[in-house]
Design a protein around this ligand. Structure first.
Ligand code: GSH
Length: 204
């Protein structure tokens, strides 16, 4: 059985939409980030960084229990385990990994930095916020160009698309103001997927 410790954030949604798309049964445990539950002694035994998402899988590799953090690692681990949403080999697999890493290392972290500059730093400086907004838009514009004439980022739908989607879902106004039409078309296709819809509602 898989236990998912999560909250309603982009990284939490990455884990839950992946588990839904892979068709893996899981139990959800809501972590209240505002109350600081991620820093409780019990939670820190699962993730010493004190962040969601965390998966506890009673049936990990070698039939041993697995505790896994990092939304990207969770996605990739179950893609490899199930053989779903990642081409088996060749250039298709390489391209899927390239775009998976683009959202994991460019889009997601920049969106996080934008959130911090808007909501967490003690002094909100419009010029600094704009720097992060522009950097995020540059990353998303690359996705938009890649999606021109394509339904998904790298051939068939893959973990590259799953990893990118939660950021686009939370940045709708920014996408619209930037006129990224191919990305907006792709986001509608992603939003219509029943498994994505279920995963985006977790933890409820
Ligand atoms: N790189 C990690 C980032 C995880 C992360 O930033 N989690 C945030 C929510 S999206 C969190 O738990 N924040 C609470 C905190 O840092 O106290 C991943 O992809 O899983």
């Amino acid at each position: 059985m898989i236990d998912l410790y999560t909250a309603g954030t982009g990284n939490g949604q990455r884990a839950s939409i992946a588990l839904e798309e892979f068709g893996l049964p899981y139990r959800t445990h809501k972590i209240d980030l505002a109350k600081g539950e991620q820093r409780s002694p019990e939670f820190l035994t699962l993730n010493p960084r004190g962040q969601i998402p965390v998966v506890v899988d009673s049936d990990g590799p070698g039939n041993a229990p697995l505790v896994l953090t990092q939304s990207g690692a969770i996605m990739l681990h179950y893609a490899l385990q199930t053989g779903k949403l990642l081409p088996a080999g060749g250039i298709d697999r390489t391209r899927a990994l390239q775009w998976f890493m683009q959202s994991a290392t460019d889009v997601g972290p920049t969106s996080g930095a934008l959130f911090v500059s808007q909501n967490v730093v003690p002094e909100k400086v419009p010029g600094n916020i704009k720097v992060f907004e522009d950097r995020l838009l540059a990353h998303l514009a690359a996705c938009d160009r890649q999606l021109a004439g394509r339904e998904f980022l790298a051939g068939a739908i893959s973990i590259a698309d799953l990893n990118l989607y939660p950021t686009c879902a939370t940045r709708v106004a920014l996408l619209q103001s930037a006129g990224l039409a191919d990305l907006a078309r792709w986001a509608k296709i992603m939003a219509a997927r029943p498994a994505v819809q279920r995963g985006m509602k977790v933890p409820g």
